[in-house]
Write a new protein. Sequence first.
Length: 272
Amino acid sequence: MGVGKSSKNQLVVNDINVQTLIGMFDLVPNTLFWIKDEQCRFIHANQVFIEHSGMRCLSRIVGRTDYAISPPHLARQYILDDRKVMTGDIVTNRIELNMLSSGEFGWYSTSKRPLQNDDGTIVGTYGFTHHLEQTSQALSSIDAIRAPVEFVRENYQKDFTVEDLAKVSFLSVSALERRFKKHLGKTPKQFVNEVRLENARRMLTDTALPIVEIAYRCGFSEHSYFSRQFKKMFGTLPSALREQMIKQSSQQELPATRESVLAQSALQESLN
């Protein structure tokens, strides 16, 4: 009796439409969900992912890689992860610290798995990223570096050393560096630099402040050094990003061209 009921339930599960299952992930709050093919191109993403990426609709994501929606330094890491996952190196509840659009930090838990077809052949990857600060979950890995991370968040615009960071953390420099490597996969100096550059990028797009002023407000005393580090991290110069944002802003005020409408229509038809 129990076996027959179990078999019937399994048949019901097997009959569920794949699109229905995928659509369920639009109901999960504070969780990004995505599917990619073997070339690390997006096949699908849920609504939370779409809103997080700022792309507004799924058609702008499908067929593109992370380089289309993320800074180069993050896109490289995401794609490297995908390739590792496809060789069997899965990711389970990895703690990550990312900067939100507001400039605040957000703690996330990420898991990734290989995507297989009916024959068991790996044809891509899928994954979830959950915003942990929306839960009451206590994580020892967060607590281990909370003090230095908070110090950097509040003082990134000031001049301080790794030694200063170690003091506020009540750790030796070597112990601090080990914790950062273990929990964030980078050195304290790299983390500080990334926080300053992320804030600079946000100010470049959200304010009309001169680039020299932005560099100074984000802890860079030399404009040339700031520009080199910015290009190394984001793949473009601060001046080029500012020009790009001005151009995009002016284009958004114009009506869509016939060519753009046709291109969007053709893309939508290919997805149906």
